[in-house]
Design a protein around this ligand. Structure first.
Ligand code: HEM
Length: 449
């Protein structure tokens, strides 16, 4: 027992022995205190107590406290349900191709809304531009049109993740027992709860629209409804009570990783692919068209290897005690994380590990016929753990790479980019395990002449 606990313990023992003398004094003071209160003060006190008890009970009941109070908040929200993973990765009847096709159809509108019509060089916040573009595109895939164009969706996509990450950092800096209190105090948590509840304002009309479309289809009417993940969930998940009650969380779990699908740039190859295969989706479906961009693929891999969003991934949570063959014991509740950025300094994993080589993966694929389907962007490997590893690796990785290729190839085809004269590649910011691109970074953009 440390000195502080010992002192406290001694005081308790002393108090215990004096209990008989102290109890009447406490009773008397408490009665005096209650008598001194006005009726309004009593009402306020009772309301506070009632609010504290009911809100605590409600949160503990549906796991809310665990979800939003856990210091590894991201992990607990993520591991709640298999439904989003199924909606993203279930590929019967070429479901992924259908989502990508829906996304492609939104591209022109999204570019028109978010990319400035710059005839001459102007400076832009490129991260914000990409973030908004992606919010629109993944919105088409998750909630469909018109929800993906609504201000509510754009607000959710733009702000949910930043509050989520900030809140989870703050929570991690304080002891767990303070979480229930802190969750009421910090503005990020309040905004998260409000936005999470507000997701129903986005999804309720989607559900109604989908139900109406189904009914009309049954009557043999032609319906214009493109594939989206919410509709897939409504059609394919048996427990509809669960789905309707938790649709807000399911949507957020799909949105957060999808909307932060960021990566940088290439040009001649893009022109060549456009020349040979037409515009994206014109002669070839998007899913096949994007595979033609092999240099861009290798570029993404190289860029991601050195600029991953998380320094520690994959993360696994021990749901029971585990003893490995070499008798290493992992207790229930432990969180295991791999230092994914280790590959950036280990030459056994990647020769000249610190060097950015956009052709690294492309070169490897040319070495032998059996290598040509390996080393592609989105394939987890020891060199690149950006998408995690193993059976639980990111289910949206192929979608992410396809959307990135579509967006970047269009931007590079139609626009030129450069740093302003006094700027160079922005530095990453390291905050706990999060690796954040410099939020102040800007780029110059103009339409290609
Ligand atoms: C560049 C973009 C992306 C990156 C870097 C990324 C990264 C990751 C990582 C590291 C994980 C954890 C994997 C593990 O534990 O082994 C993950 C999980 C996940 N990702 Fe992605 N992701 C991206 C895009 C997407 C997209 C576009 C979607 C949805 C369409 C998506 C949906 C998910 C979901 C639902 C999980 C949780 C899977 C689970 O709980 O087992 N991600 N992602």
């Amino acid at each position: 027992m440390d000195v502080l606990s010992k002192t406290f313990y001694d005081q308790l023992v002393q108090l215990g022995s004096q209990r008989e003398e102290i109890t009447p004094i406490i009773k008397e003071r408490a009665t005096d205190f209650i008598k001194s209160l006005t009726i309004w003060q009593i009402l306020a006190l009772v309301s506070c107590l009632y609010w504290a008890l009911t809100s605590f009970a409600a949160r503990t009941e549906d796991g809310y406290l665990k979800e939003w109070g856990d210091q590894w908040a991201m992990n607990t929200l993520w591991s709640h349900s298999e439904v989003p993973i199924k909606a993203i990765s279930e590929n019967r009847n070429d479901q992924m191709g259908k989502y990508l096709e829906a996304v492609r159809k939104e591209l022109d509108y999204a570019l028109e809304m978010e990319v400035p019509d710059a005839e001459d060089w102007i400076s832009i916040d490129v991260q914000l531009m990409i973030q908004k573009l992606l919010a629109r595109l993944v919105g088409k895939m998750i909630v469909g049109k018109p929800a993906c164009r609504s201000p509510e969706w754009m607000d959710l996509a733009e702000h949910f993740t930043e509050d989520f990450i900030t809140a989870s950092i703050i929570m991690r800096l304080v002891p767990k027992w303070m979480h229930p209190l802190l969750t009421e105090v910090i503005p990020q948590r309040r905004r998260l709860r409000k936005r999470l509840q507000g997701v129903f304002n986005i999804t309720d009309p989607c559900v109604a629209r989908h139900e109406e479309a189904k009914m009309k289809r049954k009557q043999g009417l032609e319906i214009e409804e493109e594939d989206n993940m919410v509709a897939w969930i409504l059609d394919n998940i048996k427990d509809q009570d669960y789905v309707l009650k938790n649709l807000n969380k399911l949507v957020v779990v799909m949105l957060v990783p999808a909307a932060h699908t960021k990566s940088p740039t290439l040009h001649e190859e893009i022109l060549q692919v456009n020349k040979e295969h037409g515009e994206i989706g014109e002669k070839l479906p998007m899913k096949e068209w994007v595979t033609k961009l092999e240099l861009l693929d290798s570029f993404f891999n190289g860029s991601q290897r050195l600029s991953q969003p998380l320094a520690i991934t994959p993360n696994r949570y021990a749901v029971e005690d585990i003893t490995f063959k070499d008798s290493l014991q992992v207790p229930k509740g432990a969180l295991l994380g791999w230092v994914s950025i280790h590959n950036q300094i280990d030459s056994n994993i990647a020769p000249e590990p610190e060097k950015f080589d956009p052709m690294r993966s492309y070169g490897k694929r040319q070495v032998a016929a059996e290598e040509c389907h390996k080393h592609l962007a989105g394939q987890p490997s020891l060199e690149n753990l950006t998408f995690g590893y193993g059976s639980q690796a990111c289910p949206g990785r192929n979608i992410a790479i396809s959307i990135l290729k579509m967006v970047v190839s269009r931007l590079l085809r139609d626009y030129e980019f450069k740093f302003a004269d006094d700027q160079s590649k922005p530095k990453n910011i390291y905050l706990l395990e999060f690796i954040i691109p410099d939020p102040k970074a800007r780029l110059m953009i103009r339409k290609r002449k």
